[in-house]
Design a binder for this molecule. Structure first.
Ligand code: 5AD
Ligand code: SF4
Length: 443
């Protein structure tokens, strides 16, 4: 057993956060202890994202900085999507890196680290279609909720997206295995789980679909809230929507990536739905689940996006009334189909920036209106952590509103009822009307 130390830094999505938890679990089992600073660590791992060029540039900058924190003989490794995308090319970009390991390679991590320590430049970038990291015990970063990966990879081929290249084909983890992990976290006192997958509602382990999974996870003793991210609009079958509606633990919130409000752009993105079909999906979800919060992802400046196309995105945002959105400027990713559109289709950067600013303003105005209308409502919240401003706590409603409330840190992890008393436009302030809802919920 080693008594070495490891420092892990994570970029990108929740799947990466979850992967870092698995990495740390694996290394803890191999005798490593986790440290909070790269200074003096024996192993420094950066778990990376490749979704936009900006994400990669940040990592390259950070790798440069980390050089200054390396002690002699330390191993610096790059994990995750950028490692998968660039493979050994990363060694040329950052000479002090001696380990490159893609999202399916973490089982071999202790051995690879040993090899890197022996002076080798170690790489693991093969996909493993059986890999669900069974037998790993995740080291969780968050105290009150747990990320549960249930599906890895993606079988869609959205033309802008690098994920199918970096995370490989879609595969679903066996239901029993996922449920067992939920039971374990529930035994540790965690009451909220977030099921993770690239198109999580297409989950199918050969015998069970996502509807079965939602119902099974909802039944686990002690679990009070079930969330999932991110679904694809085309995979909301009637069975899945019924399971959401009929499972009391499944929260009234869906993050439903729209990407564009123009059918013409959606077609070029190969999203496989039209504007109308997306609206229909949102309507079906709202009809089945009263009080549903809807958030989304939107890309502006996709090749060929005209002023009219963009106007359709703005009108979709207004008409649907999202509670929040992650908004992005299109970033061309090497190897994706979107790079093969004629260069005449490129949207100039200043146009894309201007569209992004207008989209954000439209989004904020809509959210502010909806949030003002919610003042006075009472909600059950889970107290998640201390707020950035001193002496306050950050809590979350079932429909994914952030509420800042007064209270002692000892309330973290418990459920209280709050009244929404103010809003900054995006988040709320609230007062506690009843403390410590009894746990667990019946059922
Ligand atoms: N450029 C910009 N945004 C992208 N996304 C994915 N690929 C790209 C890209 N090449 C966005 C999508 C996706 C979110 C996770 O990132 O909106 O839903
Ligand atoms: Fe990328 Fe599309 Fe798969 Fe989402 S569904 S990971 S956007 S290819």
């Amino acid at each position: 057993m080693s008594s070495s130390t490891v420092y892990v830094e994570t970029y990108g999505c929740q799947m990466n956060v979850s992967d870092s938890e698995l990495i740390l679990g694996k290394l803890a089992d191999a005798g490593y202890s986790q440290v909070d600073s790269p200074d003096g660590a024996d192993v420094i791992l950066v778990n990376t994202c490749a979704i936009r060029d900006h994400a990669e540039q940040r990592v390259l900058g950070r790798l440069g900085e980390l050089k200054r924190h390396m002690k002699p003989g330390a191993v610096v490794g790059v994990a995750g999507c950028m490692a998968q995308r660039l493979g050994p090319r990363l060694f040329d970009r950052a000479k002090h890196v001696s380990l490159v390991i893609g999202p399916d390679g973490y089982r071999a991590l202790p051995d690879l680290i040993e090899r890197a320590r022996d002076g080798e430049r170690a790489t693991a970038v093969d996909f493993d279609l059986e890999e669900h990291y069974q037998g790993f015990s995740a080291r969780r970063f968050e105290g009150v909720k747990a990320w549960i990966p249930v599906q890895r990879g993606c079988d869609y081929r959205c033309t802008y997206c690098i994920v199918p290249t970096t995370r490989g084909p879609e595969r679903s983890r066996p239901l029993l295995d996922a449920v067992r992990e939920v039971e374990q976290v529930a035994e540790q006192g965690i009451t909220e789980v977030v099921l993770l997958g690239q198109t999580v509602n297409s989950y199918n382990d050969g015998s069970h679909d996502f509807a079965d999974l939602l119902r099974a996870v909802g039944r686990v003793d002690g679990i009070r809230r079930v969330r999932f991210t991110s679904p694809h609009p085309n995979d909301f079958s009637e069975r899945v929507i019924a399971a959401m509606a009929e499972t009391p633990e499944v929260c009234e919130h869906v993050h439903l990536p729209m990407q564009s409000g123009s059918s013409r752009v959606l077609k070029r993105m190969l999203r496989r739905y039209t504007r109308e079909q997306y609206f229909e999906c949102a309507d079906r979800l709202r009809a089945a689940i009263p009080g549903l919060g809807l958030t989304t992802d939107i890309i502006v400046g996709f090749p060929g996006e005209s002023d009219e196309d963009f106007a359709e995105t703005l009108s979709a945002v207004r008409e649907i009334g999202f509670n929040d959105a992650y908004t992005f400027k299109f970033s061309a990713r090497e190897g994706t189909a979107a790079t093969r559109f004629p260069s005449a289709d490129d949207v100039p950067d200043n146009v894309a920036s201007e569209r992004l600013a207008r989209l954000i303003a439209t989004m904020r105005a809509g959210a502010r209106r909806a949030n003002m209308a919610a003042l006075g409502q009472r909600h059950e919240v889970l107290v998640e952590k201390e707020a950035r401003r001193g002496g306050l706590l950050q809590a979350r409603t079932r429909d994914f509103k952030t509420v800042i409330i007064p209270g002692e840190p000892s309330l973290i992890g418990s459920y209280v009822t709050v009244e929404l008393t103010g809003t900054t436009g995006s988040t709320f302030t609230g007062t506690v009307t009843s403390e410590r809802v009894e746990l667990p919920l019946a059922g």
